[in-house]
Design a protein around this ligand. Structure first.
Ligand SMILES: Cc1cc2nc3c(=O)[nH]c(=O)nc-3n(C[C@H](O)[C@H](O)[C@H](O)COP(=O)(O)OP(=O)(O)OC[C@H]3O[C@@H](n4cnc5c(N)ncnc54)[C@H](O)[C@@H]3O)c2cc1C
Ligand code: FES
Length: 292
């Protein structure tokens, strides 16, 4: 039915976000201890063609024999033909996923959530602040912006993690630092090895990079993703430097079961992280204190 409709209309129909789509693992990259990036292709080619998402959105990934997990999309919608997810091994389902090999099958439904407000970010500076695995959804935003570079003004990326060993997308981030159309500042918690020292612009917390940013705050949108404990401090530092509260967006993780606003697992006050989020303006996190 779907195939004949597509033939009649001569274009792929949009992907049904409620329907799990079978997908095959095409590539697995070991990024850091317990962190792998998985590339997927949908078995139905028309789904590959019509797949679209907003940076910051997530999918529900079925790991065969284990269950479903929410995972942020780390690839950019500007790069078609593959969906990429970076997954840290933390428990049973992610452990089973980490044992899969290229050629194995999974199911993916989505994309879900709101994502970053890329439309209103256009025409402005963008400051991207990533801590640890928080770089995953922000990688989607980074490539979205870089593939449409002319639509945005100045771009800064601040990235902090434990040590060089835990830096994700090492080669990509090295190449980004060499570009002259954006500025990258990287920090590490530890400065123990020669590699740590070569990699980082400084040792210390992500918040210590914020004063090094040379942007006009009123002209800047900020996208933040990292460990929730850091949000309070990052938010405070951004406000201290004059970034408007309404232009700071943070991505939150909550326990999720359905991803579509039905089960209530992700409820925060009167908001559901799966449909009202996972990206929230900083204003919301202040008015719903249980958010962070
Ligand atoms: C919107 C969203 C996007 C996410 N994106 C990513 C991603 O890009 N990469 C990634 O590796 N993980 C991501 N996660 C977290 C991921 O869903 C969990 O790590 C996964 O479900 C754990 O499953 P498990 O069975 O392996 O571990 P479990 O046995 O379920 O849990 C292991 C440990 O992780 C904690 N945990 C589980 N789920 C969450 C959660 N949602 N938030 C905080 N702590 C949790 C548990 O409390 C427990 O301590 C995301 C979660 C959400 C809600
Ligand atoms: S995950 Fe079920 S309501 Fe949000």
């Amino acid at each position: 039915m779907k195939k004949s409709l597509e033939k009649l209309l001569n274009k792929p129909l949009p992907v049904d976000p409620f329907m799990p789509q079978r997908a095959v693992i095409t590539d697995i990259e070991e990024l850091a201890p317990d962190h792998k990036k998985f590339s997927f292709a949908f078995c139905d080619e028309s789904v590959n063609d019509s797949w679209n998402h907003i940076p910051g959105q997530f999918v529900m990934l079925t790991v065969p024999g284990a269950g479903e997990i929410p995972i942020s999309i780390c690839s950019s919608p500007t790069r078609k033909g593959t969906v990429e997810l970076t997954v840290r091994k933390v428990g049973r389902k992610t452990e089973v996923l980490h044992r899969l090999k290229p050629g194995d099958y999974v199911a993916i439904r989505g994309p879900y959530g709101n994502g970053f407000p890329v439309g209103i970010m256009e025409g402005h500076n963008v400051l991207i602040i990533a801590g640890g695995l928080g770089i995953a959804p922000l990688r989607s935003l980074i490539w979205y912006i870089l593939d449409r570079r002319h639509r945005f003004k100045e771009v800064y990326i601040l990235y902090g993690t434990r040590s060089y060993e835990y830096v994700l997308y090492k080669e990509e981030l090295k190449r980004l630092r060499e570009r002259n159309d954006l500025k990258c500042l990287y920090t590490l918690d530890k400065f123990e090895t020669e590699e740590d020292r070569r990699w980082a612009d400084r040792k210390g917390l992500l918040t210590e990079l914020i004063p090094m940013v040379e942007l006009e705050p009123s002209e800047t949108f900020v996208a933040v993703c990292g460990p929730p404990v850091a949000y309070r401090f990052i938010g405070k530092e951004l406000l201290k430097h004059g970034y408007p509260e309404s232009q700071i967006f943070v991505s939150l993780e909550r326990k999720m079961e359905c991803g579509i606003g039905k089960c209530g697992h992700c409820q925060i006050g009167y908001k559901f992280a799966c449909i009202d989020g996972p990206v929230f303006p900083l204003w919301d996190t202040k008015n719903l204190p249980e958010m962070i």
